[in-house]
Design a protein around this ligand. Sequence first.
Ligand SMILES: NC(=O)c1ccc[n+]([C@@H]2O[C@H](COP(=O)([O-])OP(=O)(O)OC[C@H]3O[C@@H](n4cnc5c(N)ncnc54)[C@H](OP(=O)(O)O)[C@@H]3O)[C@@H](O)[C@H]2O)c1
Length: 272
Amino acid sequence: MRFVEANGARIPAIGLGTWELSGRDCARVVEQALKLGYRHIDTAQVYENEREVGDGVRASGVRRDEIFLTTKIWTTHFAPNDLERSAKERLVRMRMSEVDLLLLHWPNPHVPLEETLGALAHAKQAGLTRHIGVSNFTVALIEEAVALCPEPLVCNQIEFHPYLDQTKVKEACARHGIALVAYSPIAKGRIKTDGTLIRIGRAHHKTPAQICLRWLVQQNVSAIPRTSKIERLSENIDIFDFRLSDKEMHEISQLHSEAGRLTDYAFAPKWD
Ligand SMILES: NC(=O)c1ccc[n+]([C@@H]2O[C@H](COP(=O)([O-])OP(=O)(O)OC[C@H]3O[C@@H](n4cnc5c(N)ncnc54)[C@H](OP(=O)(O)O)[C@@H]3O)[C@@H](O)[C@H]2O)c1
C-alpha cells in the first residue's frame, strides 16, 4: 500500500467508500476489505452506517492502529457546541475511542467558518480524532480555512475522476500540504465503458476502474472507491503493480473536456 503524506498524516492511497452500504452488508464489505489489505475506510454521519463500519472493523481482526478511519460531520452540526457533541456521537456509534480523520462534510455559509474550524480543532485537541480536514471546499474556501484553522488541515475530500478537472483545487491544496482524497473516483462506475480507459487497460492487463484509480494514485491523490461486491474489492486495490506512462496520464487527464460534470449528489446541501 502506498500512502499520501499530508501535514503529519499518512493516508493510505486506496480506501473503501461506504456511501449507500448499510446493515450487515456494510459490515461484511468492510470486514472483507480489511482482510484483503485495505487500511482506509470512509464513512459519514449522513451515511447512517457508522455502527456497521465499526462492527466490520472489529470483525476483520485487523489491529485498530493499522487502519485509517475517516468520518464526516454533517452541516447542520457546525455550531461549535453541536460539532463537539456530534464528534463524540460519531465515536459512540462506531464504538471507537478516536477516529483518524474528522471532516466537515460540506461548507455551510450560515455558520462562521472560524467558529466551526475552532470547534473542529478542539475535537482534535480533545483526542476525538488524530487529524482534521474538510470536504467539498473550493479554492477560495481552502485559503480561508487554512488562515482560520488553529490546527493543520490534512485533507480536502472532493469529487475527482477523469471526467472532472480539479487542477485548481489540487494546486491550492498542494500549496498548503493538504492531501486530496478523491470521492466518486470511478465516476460511480461510469468509467467501465470508456473507450480510452478500456484501450489503456488492455495494454496493462487492467480494467478501466483500475486504470482510473491508478491515474489518481499516480498523482499522489488518495481514492476511496465504493463497491458492494467482494470480487470488486480485490480489483479496486490491485493497482500497485504497474505504472501509467506520461502520455497515458495526459490522455486520461484530457477526458474531462469531453465529458463535463457527470455526478449529482443527493446529499449536496442546497443553500438559499
Ligand atoms: N465527501 C462527499 O461529499 C462524498 C460524496 C460522495 C461520495 N463520497 C465517498 O466516496 C465514496 C465513493 O464514491 P461513490 O460511492 O459516489 O462512487 P464510486 O466509488 O465512484 O462508484 C461506486 C459505483 O461503482 C461501482 N463499482 C465499484 N467498483 C467497480 C469496478 N471495479 N468496476 C465497475 N464498477 C464498479 C459500484 O457498484 P457495485 O457496488 O455494484 O460494485 C458503485 O455503483 C463514497 O462511497 C463515499 O464514501 C463522499
